[in-house]
Design a binder for this molecule. Structure first.
Ligand code: HEC
Ligand code: HEC
Ligand code: HEC
Length: 69
């Protein structure tokens, strides 16, 4: 069964370590989605599990090169 609400960022970090660690993995991008002026947004504001992902940044920007898995 699907979890009823969004998984908390804290639960993602149990496995993924810390925001710094995920930021290090995407540091090769010109725009790092994990290291910006938006400080540590919830993971699920972009990664949506089985739903269509969104790039939170594109509420204001248009980063065509960033594809959220
Ligand atoms: C039980 C441990 C665990 C938890 C909890 C977890 N992950 Fe992961 N995740 C992994 C593993 C293992 C991989 C595959 C290896 C890697 O890329 O680190 C992965 C891969 C990913 C990827 C890369 C997928 C791809 O297609 O490249 C994303 C994005 C991701 N996780 C996001 C999240 C988010 C967001 C959460 C919380 C909602 C989360 N994970 C919670 C273990 C976990
Ligand atoms: C602002 C949107 C956004 C947020 C918030 C976000 N991510 Fe991501 N994430 C992305 C994008 C975009 C990529 C793909 C970057 C790329 O293709 O290099 C990505 C890629 C990843 C990957 C795969 C990295 C790899 O090696 O390819 C993991 C793991 C991941 N995110 C985990 C997380 C976790 C855990 C959180 C919360 C702590 C989180 N993300 C929050 C946008 C986001
Ligand atoms: C609520 C609107 C909003 C959101 C959401 C947003 N930004 Fe921004 N961003 C701005 C504004 C406004 C500026 C300043 C533009 C300027 O001065 O030209 C800016 C500037 C930037 C810059 C250039 C300036 C700098 O700080 O180096 C980058 C890079 C950037 N944003 C990345 C991101 C990323 C990555 C995300 C998602 C994680 C994001 N933004 C989400 C509004 C937003």
């Amino acid at each position: 069964t699907m979890p009823a609400k969004a998984v908390a960022t804290q639960q993602c970090l149990v496995c993924h370590g810390s925001y710094d660690k995920v930021a290090a993995r995407t540091d090769k991008n010109d725009i790092n989605p994990h290291d910006s002026h938006i400080e540590n947004p919830d993971c699920t504001s972009c990664h949506r599990g089985h739903k269509k992902p969104v790039l939170l940044c594109d509420e204001c920007h248009e980063f065509r090169e960033l594809k959220v898995p």
